[in-house]
Design a protein around this ligand. Structure first.
Ligand code: 5MM
Length: 340
């Protein structure tokens, strides 16, 4: 393991003003996104769409530190034959790869999910490194509900995340550790805070037990937020304060940075929350974005599968990337966002 390299890459991923584009939708998820804009999800359409994003010079050069790819994309070539990975590198951004293989019901707690993909992971990581991947991502999904999550779910997922992280570092790949507490339920912000704290504390205990080099990871957590169906939604400041409080209680300061998922928040909510946290400040890590939906919803709509719409889609993507870049510095304003 090259600890210097791992630390350098992890630090570059969370450098000020930049964050991560999560473009690692698996085939089922990208089909859902394309269905919403009336585009058939063929291999070529997925390539055209992602090529459009990676050729968005302004966003990629100024605000995107890294891109999380799906297995299909890391081997794909642009229309002119350039590997998509090379487009990302040429923009000064780092290619990364989602290495989990989705989820399965937990034996003994079938309403909860365990993320799978550890078998043969070491071999896959070596191939991804050769192809240019310098970081990876593994997402654990934790649902809040009546009697959920169970300790079984929290413990199993934390163990798998740490095992994945250790294998990544052995391959000189920075692991993004993503334990996502879902915002799908009707729970209030206090319940999300309680569960997020439990999950993060368990994840860091497992990382410690498995001797993961903390200076060479990036944490990708949910923000502490009320469930979508909760009648009581917290203010931007309450979300920011609760999220910082939980992270301060659970995340060692050796970790270089935190790159949040957006989790189904609106584009501007995700930006406003990140901005509010960075305005509060007083924490030891960089805080930035690793958004999928909150970066891509606008460009997807603008693109709608038409070549003629590429400039408009790139403009929409660059705008969201710039707004989130500002939020990572605590310099975003709603007025700037509206001005487009
Ligand atoms: C882009 O979405 C990612 C892939 O999800 P699937 O494996 O279900 O296709 C997802 O893991 C993503 O990286 C994170 O959840 C963050 O994305 P959001 O949309 O929550 O910001």
């Amino acid at each position: 393991m090259n600890q210097d390299q791992l630390h350098r890459i992890a630090t570059a991923m969370v450098q000020p003003g930049r964050g991560i584009l999560a473009a690692d939708e698996s085939s089922g998820t990208i089909k859902k996104r394309f269905d919403a804009i009336g585009v058939e999800s063929t291999e070529d359409a997925r390539r055209d769409y992602r090529e459009m994003l990676f050729r968005s010079d302004e966003a990629m050069k100024k605000n995107v530190s890294g891109v999380i790819l799906y297995d299909e994309t890391i081997w794909q070539k642009a229309k002119d034959g350039t590997p998509l990975v090379k487009l990302i590198e040429a923009a000064g951004s780092l290619p990364g790869i989602k290495v989990d293989e989705g989820t399965q019901p937990i034996v003994g707690s079938p309403n909860e999910l365990i993320t799978v993909g550890l078998d043969k992971l070491a071999g896959r990581l070596a191939k991804y490194y050769e192809q240019g991947a310098r970081f990876a991502k593994w997402r654990a999904v934790i649902d809040i509900g009546v009697g959920l999550p169970t300790w079984t779910c929290v413990k199993l997922n934390a163990h798998a995340l740490a095992r994945y992280a250790a294998l990544c570092q052995q391959a000189n790949i920075v692991p993004i550790v993503e334990p996502e507490v879902l915002m799908d339920g009707a729970h209030d912000i206090a319940r999300c805070e309680e569960v997020s704290q439990w999950v993060l504390q368990t994840v860091f205990q497992e990382l410690y037990d498995q001797r993961v080099f903390l200076e060479g990871i990036v944490l990708k957590p949910n923000m502490v937020i009320a469930g979508k169906k909760s009648p009581v939604q917290a203010s931007v400041e309450d979300v920011a304060r609760a999220t910082i409080r939980v992270l301060k209680r659970t995340v060692p300061s050796a970790v270089p940075g935190i790159a949040y998922l957006s989790g189904g928040q609106s584009d501007t909510d995700a930006t406003a929350h990140l901005d509010a946290m960075n305005r509060i400040g007083g924490f030891p890590w960089k805080m930035t974005f690793s958004y999928g939906r909150a970066l891509q919803a606008a460009p997807q709509k603008a693109w709608s599968g038409k070549e003629a719409n590429v400039p408009a889609a790139q403009k929409a993507f660059s705008h969201r990337a710039r707004m989130n870049g500002l939020a990572s510095l605590g310099q975003w304003t709603a007025a700037l966002d509206k001005a487009g």
